[in-house]
Design a binder for this molecule. Structure first.
Ligand SMILES: *Cc1c(COP(=O)(O)O)cnc(C)c1O
Length: 413
């Protein structure tokens, strides 16, 4: 038997034992969406996450959403009304952010290898470009000159420090992201002298950290670094984006972050200047609000083991299969959604519909008995799910996606 990850708080069963998402039972949601496999996102839960974070963080601190975690248009549109800014990483995401109604001067565009087309789109729209290199600065300045529009530019720093215990490190040492710390003051001076609209600094040191003290230390380092760069350049960064890296508990034994303690520590760091700072989060805001639902097509036994063979799989939810940035495969939280109230009674493995042994959604898990027709729920599917998975692999259809709004209108794709 292998343990399952912890089911996020806030999920219950109805009287028939069916999982409720945003107050709707899974059978009704699947009926409205048309079929499985289905990603269902509870916007009420997203709103409660944003509220919890706002209450925890120093008053005035900006909260930004990194669209790559979940770019589903209805979710992004709802998010535009909840947060203070969006972080985008392609012209596709930039267009989605603008369509969602976010003001362009609240959108920042980070990411390596920005194409000329993308720099131009950002400058025309008035979004902030988070520069990843000196060469990118030159390109943005010359495109701005050709358009007759001073570009809005911020500098992404590759800091000397990194976010300890982070699932994916994005700072410290040689990195393709940002400009090495020591070269940042000269670049800030250059863009200011060139007449660009200098928007500030961006420090993103890692992702998926559950280490509260490491996050506090990284934020303190980032605030201190921004102050040093202000001093060295004789400028004042209008906004300092401190990144994020807040993780969520995916696996057995993981413990949720205490954002209240992180917020209190950050309040001490920023003092009465909180409104000069932003944090940008993806996963922490949306992961728990999403559930991936797949139907059991076949129940079979092999060498004494039970396999629940579903119509879903790693082509939609790669991360749950253990093939997206994890070294050792461990089980996500998984449940039988049509028997959510029931006690576990047998050991079963949940697999997907792809012809590869990699396509596993749960290994040797204790579950209530499930048969063909039952629905399996894979939790923590709200971030890095549908668009972070190889949907074209093996030619199955794309998953359905729906958002459930607190007003209980269900928005379909
Ligand atoms: C991916 C990314 C994020 C979001 O990271 P999460 O771990 O989902 O919070 C934020 N900022 C930048 C620059 C990113 O690349």
């Amino acid at each position: 038997m292998k343990p399952l990850g912890p089911i996020p708080p806030g999920y219950d069963a109805d009287a028939e034992g069916r999982l409720l998402i945003g107050g709707h039972d899974v059978t009704a949601l699947i009926g409205q969406a048309g079929d499985t496999p289905l990603f269902a996102y509870d916007l009420g839960m997203v709103a409660r996450r944003v509220e919890q974070l706002r209450a925890a963080m120093p008053a005035g601190l900006e909260i930004h959403y990194a669209i790559k975690a979940n770019p589903f248009a209805p979710l992004v549109a709802a998010m535009a009304r909840m947060v203070d800014g969006f972080d985008v990483a392609s012209d596709g995401e930039l267009a989605r952010a603008i369509d969602a109604g976010m003001a362009a001067d609240r959108i920042s565009f980070a990411g390596p290898a920005k194409k000329a087309r993308e720099l131009e789109a950002a400058i025309r729209a008035g979004a902030t470009i988070n520069l990843e290199s000196e060469h990118e600065a030159d390109r943005a300045l010359s495109i701005g000159e050709a358009l007759g529009l001073p570009p809005r530019l911020a500098v992404r720093i590759n800091p000397e420090f990194e976010l300890r215990g982070s699932g994916m490190r994005m700072g410290g040492g040689a990195k393709p992201f940002g400009v090495d710390q020591a070269r940042v003051p000269a670049l800030v001076r250059r863009i200011v002298d060139a007449g660009a609209d200098y928007r500030g600094l961006h420090i993103f040191a890692g992702s998926q950290s559950l280490d509260r003290d490491a996050i506090i230390e990284t934020q303190a380092n980032s605030v201190a670094l921004a102050r040093v760069i202000d001093q060295e350049t004789g400028t004042r960064a209008p906004l300092v984006n401190l990144g994020g890296g807040f993780g969520v508990p995916y696996f057995a034994g993981d413990v949720a972050l205490d954002v209240e303690v992180i917020g209190a520590a950050l309040a001490e760091q920023v003092g009465d200047e909180a409104s000069r700072y932003a944090i940008e989060l993806g996963r922490w805001l949306v992961a728990e609000a999403g559930v991936y639902l797949a139907r059991v097509v076949d129940r079979k036994e092999s060498h004494g083991k039970v396999f629940l063979v579903t119509d879903g799989g790693l082509h939609h939810q790669l991360a749950a299969s253990g093939n997206f940035g994890t070294v050792v495969r461990r089980n996500y939280p998984v449940a039988v959604a049509t028997k959510f109230g029931a006690e576990p009674e047998e050991e079963a493995s949940v697999v997907g519909c792809l012809c590869t042994p990699l396509d596993r959604l749960a290994d040797d898990a204790m579950l209530p008995r499930a048969d063909a027709g039952d629905v399996i729920a894979v939790f923590l599917a709200g971030a890095y799910g549908a668009t972070a998975s190889p949907a074209a692999f093996l030619g199955h259809p794309a998953p359905h996606e729906i958002t459930i709004s607190p007003e209980s209108a269900v928005i379909l794709t």
